[in-house]
Write a protein that binds this ligand. Structure first.
Ligand code: COA
Length: 344
């Protein structure tokens, strides 16, 4: 776990302020009935255990960069103004293992020449991305950052694994962050990040990295698929998001009663309601779109913010608590007073 998060007072450098937001879902929809037709599962099981009814999936030939470019274009439209100086892409499903996907996304958006790189923090990628964008802005490396979180998770899910096929899905969310003041709406508050690599095998893709390649042992057909030990993951997700949320709220000088909207990684509806209950945040203050998007990995939190703002559940002035958890293990939390931005 990270140490004490940096407190808002006395922070050096400008704040990262949200000035635009965008999102994208691939058009193909997969229902619980579609999954039940090919797997030993049911609509009733999936709804009651996960809260998911439908999810979106890329069509053959579509890659993460395609989703990222769409969401990025939306965020740039929403922000207007000068072009960003940096693009940060959080993803677990890059187009290729090498090079990073971000430069290609930048080129597709007409931003060739700017700093562009990927970060890998699985479902916490957006929170790590917010901290990274904040650091680029605070240090003066960039005035404006396009942060995109995109995952084509279904491309790494074993279609025969009912434990993961019913949960994970595809999508992208994006934000433009600009240099501004720490006390203005949209300024990202103190951000808490943590990790526990002793539990890295709870969520993994075993093959394709240097560990497997240097072993001299050929990967088995299933080793390239994503694996998750669901029940243990569940317990850690609740503990970590709850603790990180309390720390982020305290660092912002708030109490959990001050939170108008909880924007938590849409991992599983039961996890979300347990986290909210432990924090004492009532149901009407929880943002949720898991029913129709599933778990979209790094994209989950910005997709949730974009959808909630578009639907009128998230309004300018709302004090928002952001939190996420995922493979690594890695987790994070932060706060923001929602600004007056129109999702693009
Ligand atoms: N349909 C029907 N049965 C299923 C199933 C499915 N899709 N998936 C698992 N099962 C079965 C299991 O085989 C098991 O059967 P058994 O008792 O006969 O062995 C039973 O349901 C219970 O399995 P378990 O894995 O213990 O279920 P669960 O209540 O923990 O729910 C998850 C499974 C994956 C939904 C749940 O563990 C979860 O959401 N975990 C966290 C996932 C998460 O948030 N990951 C993302 C972090 S980013």
């Amino acid at each position: 776990m990270s140490g004490t998060p940096p407190g808002a007072p006395g922070r050096t450098g400008p704040a990262a302020v949200i000035t635009g937001i965008g999102s994208h879902l691939p058009p193909d929809v997969v229902t619980n009935e579609d999954l039940s037709a090919r797997l030993d599962t049911s609509d009733e099981w999936i709804r009651s255990r996960t809260g998911i009814a439908t999810r979106h999936m890329v069509s053959p030939g579509t890659a993460t960069s395609d989703l990222a470019a769409e969401a990025g274009a939306g965020a740039l439209d929403s922000a207007g103004g000068p072009r960003p100086d940096a693009l940060v892409l959080a993803t677990t499903t890059p187009d290729r293992p090498c090079p990073a996907t971000a430069p290609e996304v930048a080129a597709r958006l007409g931003l060739t020449g700017i700093a562009a790189f990927d970060i890998s923090a699985v479902c916490t990628g957006f929170l790590y991305g917010l901290a990274t964008a904040g650091g680029l802005i605070a240090s003066g490396v960039a005035e404006r950052v396009l942060l995109i979180a995109a995952d084509a998770f279904t491309t790494i899910i074993d279609p025969l694994d009912r434990g993961t096929s019913v949960i994970f899905a595809d999508g992208a969310g994006a934000m433009v962050l600009r240099a501004g003041a720490h006390d203005e709406p949209g300024a990202i508050g103190p951000t808490v990040l943590g990790s526990d690599g002793t539990l890295s095998d709870l969520i993994e893709v075993p093959a394709g990295g240097s560990r497997q390649r240097s072993s001299g042992i050929a990967a088995g057909p299933e080793d390239g698929w994503f694996r998750m030990r669901g029940r243990e993951t569940y317990r850690h997700a609740v503990d970590r998001m709850t603790t990180a949320s309390r720390q982020a709220v305290a660092a912002a000088g708030w109490t959990t009663e001050d939170v108008d909207r909880l924007a938590a990684h849409q991992a599983n509806a039961r996890i979300l309601s347990t986290v909210a209950q432990e924090l004492g945040i009532p149901a009407e203050r929880r943002l949720s779109n898991i029913e129709y998007v599933g778990n979209t990995g790094a994209a989950s939190v910005p997709l949730l913010l974009a959808h909630s703002a578009a639907e009128g559940f998230l309004l300018p002035g709302h004090r928002v608590l952001l939190t996420a958890f995922g493979g690594g293990l890695a987790w994070g939390a932060s706060t923001v007073v929602w600004p007056d931005v129109k999702p693009g």
